[in-house]
Design a protein around this ligand. Structure first.
Ligand code: XMP
Length: 527
């Protein structure tokens, strides 16, 4: 079994704002905004234990919004420990409502939900709204059904709107504040200033959470934990595992053993590029396993997408296990590029302190007799922080800003049965598309772009000959969170140029189509 003790930050010397999660879609955004102020912030579920809260030694707490109603029984409440700690508190939306209720105020359910832009009026001066002019009106973002209808005892009104007369309040003699609107979203024009007031003026944090300092700190932590022992890492060439590799390399050098499995379903030249970067340029201890044939053999005759995914996952684990087993007497640590959103997603707020080890890098099911301890130095970082760290560590920007690529790779982009020939055609078509996107300056303007190989033949003419040949679909989407996406309005001339290149340069492709479906109802990948 893998021991789940993880590397995490030495929190004793760093100011921390704790975000208590009541289930809002904006919870992660609150933590990110605080980190953008160079102050560490961590999210914990509302039902977390008192010990965990105390162990963080937070300088202040922000209570997030949430979908529930405090007017109903058995809905989440603020842990009592937070008030015992006697530190500043800021409730947002649901956080404000439960704060009001827990201090004896009244919350009322409205039939009409308020969602969107609103204007608040500053009712009285408050350290939280320092810098705002009294009686002025400020643009904010609202998203709520319930509202505080009676102020709790000892609380004063600091802001109101026409639909929520109590849109902001503060305790008369404790640093407890609450807002009905969302300062963390950019639609709230001066939201950043409000969060700065809370973080610096009220919680008195100092801005010490900086990526450069963090790298040094992480390197020291890894050295302390691992000493002169060996660490194994499954390197995928993606941002997270690459940054993990660089951090470990800086910490323990040749005691890091990286394994890269070429499953034959990667982008064109990807395996060679990973090898050139990490082995030749960065001089990492990297072993590249050419497993293309094994994958193609296992996938032969399989066209069901779910089955293909399962086979790819299982084959990967088998190969990684085999490679890892070669070092089993030697290696006590397994490194993973787990990042903060993975951690949050795998330990939902209903689970008390649940820490599910995510096998997201396709590294799961290592043999039971390999008692390896996990090393996860990016465990508390957001993706953009990981990118910044990678850039400081010398990884090329093209790699750090690359569009996401699914674990099963081209396996989900070739519809129907997979073959080496189809992989080659798709890799070439995809490379043309991405090269042209980059040349046209469009790559960074879309969130994800790729080609898919369709399981049909379509008629075409070459010279005087009719022939039945392959169809390539081009897909480009714009999205923030990949949960919803719109198809990218790429210029027609550009699409025409890409189409010409693909059919002219690739034998066997007679037709190119552009996917104009958004998600939902379509998904981003074609599967
Ligand atoms: P869909 O197709 O569900 O994809 O709209 C949403 C995002 O997830 C990526 N994706 C994956 N990423 N392993 C991954 O690491 C996978 O198995 C996988 N499947 C889809 C997809 O590329 C898109 O960015």
């Amino acid at each position: 079994m893998i021991n789940s003790e993880n590397l995490s930050l030495d929190k004793k010397n760093i100011d921390t704002i704790l975000v208590i999660d009541f289930g809002s879609q904006y919870t992660q955004l609150i933590a990110r905004r605080i980190r953008e102020l160079n102050v560490f912030s961590e999210i914990l579920p509302w039902d977390v234990s008192a010990e965990k809260i105390k162990s963080l030694n937070p300088n202040g707490v922000i209570l997030s919004g949430g979908p529930e109603s405090v007017t109903e029984s058995n809905t989440p409440r603020i842990p009592k420990t937070i008030f015992e700690l006697d530190i500043p508190v800021l409730g947002i939306c649901y956080g404000m409502q439960t704060l009001a209720e827990q201090f004896g105020g009244q919350v009322t359910s409205s039939k009409n939900k308020e969602f969107g832009h609103a204007k608040i009026v500053i009712e009285s001066s408050s350290l939280l709204l320092d810098g705002f002019i009294p009686s002025s009106s400020v643009d904010v973002w609202m998203s709520h059904g319930d509202h505080v209808s009676t102020l709790p005892n000892e609380f004063n009104l600091i802001a109101s709107t026409s639909s929520a007369p109590i849109a902001g309040m503060e305790h008369a003699n404790k640093p407890i504040y609450a807002l009905q609107f969302h300062p963390e979203v950019t639609h709230t024009k001066q939201g950043k200033m409000i969060l700065e007031n809370f973080t610096f003026k009220i919680c008195k944090c100092s801005a010490k959470w900086k990526i450069e300092n963090l790298i040094e700190q992480r390197i020291n932590e890894i050295k302390e934990k691992v000493g002169d022992q060996k660490v194994l890492l499954g390197l995928s060439g993606g941002v997270d595992s690459s940054v993990t590799a660089m951090l470990l390399d800086k910490s323990i050098g040749k005691n890091l053993i990286c394994i890269f499995v070429d499953n034959g379903l990667l982008r064109k030249n990807e395996a060679e590029e990973v090898e050139a970067l990490f082995k030749d340029k960065m001089d990492l201890n990297l072993s590249v396993v050419d497993a293309k044939k094994v994958f193609y053999r296992h996938l032969k005759g399989i066209s069901d997408p779910e089955q293909k995914r399962k086979i790819i996952g299982r084959t990967f684990i088998d190969i990684f296990d085999n490679e890892a087993a070669k070092f089993k007497d030697d290696v006590n640590f397994l490194a993973q590029g787990t990042i903060y959103p993975d951690v949050i997603e795998s330990s939902g707020s209903e689970s008390k302190e649940a820490r599910v080890i995510k096998s997201h890098h396709n590294v799961g099911g290592l043999p039971d007799d390999m008692k390896m301890e996990l090393v996860e130095p990016l465990r508390d970082l957001f993706k953009d922080e990981v990118r910044k760290m990678g850039s400081e560590l010398g990884l090329p920007l093209e790699m750090l800003n690359r569009h996401p690529f699914p674990g099963p790779g081209l396996g989900v982009r070739i519809l129907g049965e997979i073959s080496q020939e189809k992989v080659l055609t798709l890799q070439n078509a995809d490379a043309i598309f991405l090269e042209e996107l980059t040349k046209a300056g469009l790559y960074d303007q879309v969130s994800q772009a790729f080609c898919a190989f369709l399981p049909i033949k379509s008629v075409g003419v070459v010279g005087d000959q009719r022939r039945y040949a392959d169809v390539i679909a081009i897909r480009a989407v714009e999205t923030v969170d990949f949960m919803t996406a719109t198809w990218a309005r790429l210029p027609h001339d550009f699409l025409s140029h890409v189409s010409n290149r693909i059919v002219n340069e690739l034998d066997g492709v007679s037709r190119v189509v552009y996917d104009i479906s958004s998600k939902p109802p379509a998904t981003i990948e074609w599967e």
